[in-house]
Design a protein around this ligand. Structure first.
Ligand code: SAH
Length: 353
């Protein structure tokens, strides 16, 4: 993936006028061209030369599932090396949001997550992440206004490529999606969060918390043994102070595991102490997003019933916590993170040819 400066160098090397770089950039990142032959204002001889030396990363949909209820679209893309990933388009009143994968699989091992069952094959390149968004924008014919890096993979385990992606997608000469409209979700890789502070990109940080104590968190997320809860919250606090962006704490609620009223009270306490030590006070420092767990067949985890979730929410609210329950999108095409991809892996394993 070449940025504008690198494209400029390439054009100089090929003896082209400098405005060609801007033209190429426009074709690639604004018109989302999938081939050099589409680039009508570029001389044919240059197009041929480029096609000999370079390729444009594109996504081929293997399958697109469209919800009849709310227009959510789930994409299964196959990559050039035949690996398969997923991405989702969600339509909201405030705009269209795309949830992208950052890795093929994941090596973090969170207990209830389907993406991690086969480990991590590789990180996606920045170009592949861009291509996920470009392909979806082309497919739905509407502008994408928000990006959530919450699909398969741990973005901070693929740090450099994820940051390249964020810089390109927020470039004003490309799709120009403001970093403020981009959310990066992490299981809590502390050095990654700290490095991200240094990038000065105002992306929203979502932290997968899932528990209110160190021991409970370790039970659900192996990575918690490496980066302790206290350290993770310290890094989030520093992120908030540096960026002014409200932290989003994700809490996947699992029946009988982390959904009890005492867990809710402990969570409220933990987060109230998080904000009391955060300059700027309680208001606006964070909010909690509860995600009723989406059961996967390989594990016995179940979602709590509605009454237990309502009680959990009530306890958080009376303790002053700003909380929302994630609305389930595309219920009729439902499948948890990483499950569509797994179906493809399994089909390939049992294929007859
Ligand atoms: N690796 C990153 C981003 C990918 S997962 C992270 O851990 O944040 C995005 C969110 O979905 C995380 O909070 C993750 O814990 C949650 N999640 C994954 N599988 C889930 C499932 N089956 N049900 C509910 N939440 C799930």
């Amino acid at each position: 993936m070449l940025d504008m400066v690198q494209l400029g160098e390439l054009m100089r090397e090929l003896g082209q006028p400098s405005y060609r770089a801007a033209q190429l950039y426009q074709w690639l990142h604004r018109h989302k061209a999938s081939g050099f032959d589409e680039m009508k204002n570029i001389p044919a001889s240059l197009r041929e030369k480029l096609a000999d030396r370079y390729y444009i990363t594109v996504m081929d949909p293997e399958e697109i599932l469209i919800s009849q209820i709310d227009g959510t679209r789930k994409y299964v893309f196959s990559l050039q090396d035949k690996n398969v990933i997923e991405a989702v388009l969600m339509k909201y009143r405030h705009g269209n949001s795309v949830c992208i994968s950052s890795q093929v699989g994941c090596r973090m091992g969170c207990r209830f997550c389907a993406s991690t069952l086969e480990g991590c094959v590789r990180g996606l390149t920045g170009a592949e992440m861009l291509a996920e968004v470009y392909r979806i924008e082309r497919d739905c014919g509407e502008r994408i206004s928000n990006i959530v890096i919450m699909g398969s993979g741990e973005p901070l385990d693929n740090y450099d490529e994820v940051v390249r992606f964020i810089r390109m997608i927020s470039d004003e000469n490309g799709l120009n999606i403001s970093a403020r409209n981009i959310t990066l979700s992490t299981c809590g890789i502390v050095p990654g969060i700290r490095r991200l502070i240094g990038e000065k990109l105002p992306v929203t940080l979502a932290l997968s918390l899932h528990a209110s104590s160190q021991s409970k968190r370790e039970e659900i997320m192996p990575i918690a043994r490496k980066y302790r809860l206290e350290e993770v919250l310290d890094a989030c606090r520093d992120y908030y102070r540096a960026s002014g962006r409200r932290i989003s704490f994700e809490y996947s609620v699992v029946k009988g595991v982390n959904d009890s009223p005492s867990e809710a009270r402990r969570l409220a306490q933990l987060l109230n102490s998080f904000s009391s030590r955060t300059r700027g006070g309680r208001e606006g420092a964070f909010h909690v997003n509860l995600i009723p767990v989406n059961p996967i067949e390989e594990r016995s985890y179940e979602s709590p019933d509605r009454a237990s979730i309502a009680e959990f929410v009530r306890i958080l609210k009376i303790n002053g916590i700003n909380v929302t329950v994630r609305r389930e999108m595309g219920r009729d095409i439902s499948s948890a993170c990483g499950q569509l991809r797994r179906r493809y892996i399994k089909d390939a394993d049992t294929g007859i040819n």
